[in-house]
Design a protein around this ligand. Sequence first.
Ligand code: C2O
Ligand code: CU
Ligand code: CU
Length: 461
Amino acid sequence: MPLSRRTFLGGLGSALTLSACSHIPRFSLESSAESGYDYILTAAPTPIELIPGTTTPAWCFNESFPSPTIFAKQGQEIKILFRNRLSEPTTIHWHGLRIKNEMDGVPFLTQPPIQPGEDFLYRFTPPDAGTFWYHPHVNSLTQLGKGLVGAIVVAEAEPVTFDTDLPLLLKNWHINEDGSFAPFTSPRNAFRMGTPGAWESVNGVQNPEYEVAPGALVRLRFLNVDNTVMYKITAPAHAAWIIAIDGNPIEKPTPLTQHEIGPGMRLDVAIQAPTKAGERIAIKNAKGRLLFDLLSLKTAGEAIAQPQAISPLPLNPISAPDLDNAETLNFVFEWEGAITPTNTSGKANHKFWTINRRAWEGMSAENIPAPLADLQLGKTYIFRLKNVTPHSHPIHMHGFTWTVLRSNQKKIVPYHTDTVLLQKNEMVEVAFVADNPGHWMYHCHVIEHMKTGLMGYITVK
Ligand code: C2O
Ligand code: CU
Ligand code: CU
């Protein structure tokens, strides 16, 4: 088994300083113009070193963690040859990208599962620029839990420049002190907030430090690729600006105080680095009143001659919902697990959660229910999402970008997203134009919730 990049670097320990540009692989190792593909992405078991001195039997893309970041361009077709070298079927889903249904990577609903040893060509044209991600949609607890998660950066059609641009994969690995995997789920946790992994990491490292040039304009792309946990991002001692939420630019950069992202969600933050060398900016994760280290930036090297100001990103071409003629549909997210389950097998085989009183648990050719709703192509819909459980749920919609209109708990400045974090007992209204035909998954991105019922789909035709 070839050494992964992480195995190789891991021996230096976690205090390692990573140069911002050399650390993130720009292209897949196997990408080449002659192959006719932009990327070749291979999923396979790969031992990696997360905790220094230990081995974790991970599953990786292209034998490394972090996985290769896929760089695409807004409005340009990209071809990715996916090769399944796992011992079980899988598919790849391109989270947040509004692409054709047959490329959405959902087993049975949009394509047959890709069998071990098989290849599948994904080709699509991303209409929106921003921060997105990719992951399997089969046996998700295990496949995502073992490391099959990666970033997609779609560059703006009109060029936007940052001196440093850093995708940051946030993940709490379910590993023990010896590097072996711990259980990804337990029934007790699945009907509460899920099973958190014990080993927190950013790009597979604990509290990494990235060097940036003094005066650099830095874009941090936070991606919550975790199965379970929420991150509340904050830069307590330095000015930072939110420029995009869940991949989609906001009209005016707003100061970052604390911003919470649930599994599946993203946040783009712009920071102007201090103009002196040797300064450090700490980025933290807020839990209650306590702040925990996530990563830091350190100024080093030659200063940027003319530091750039922070400006808004160009907006994505999302159709404006026609609210006057919209139809409103209610979706109630409910909880069935009132008593502690007795099954202790450790398998998520319970129906704890329902959408409109229905649980969908386990995907197979024989187990595809009717859609939660049939929508008419081209029409505007308002989804009233009602969480009547005492837990929070990042509710995700495939194939569309919602406009968030209002909440019964907080003031909303309308923004675009593919995933809404519903707090306990919260009601949120989102609107969108049903402009993309097909069957589209609609589920909670806390994987244990999804696996125990909180999952459905809608059909647009
Ligand atoms: Cu990242 Cu079905 O989602
Ligand atoms: Cu998705
Ligand atoms: Cu949930």
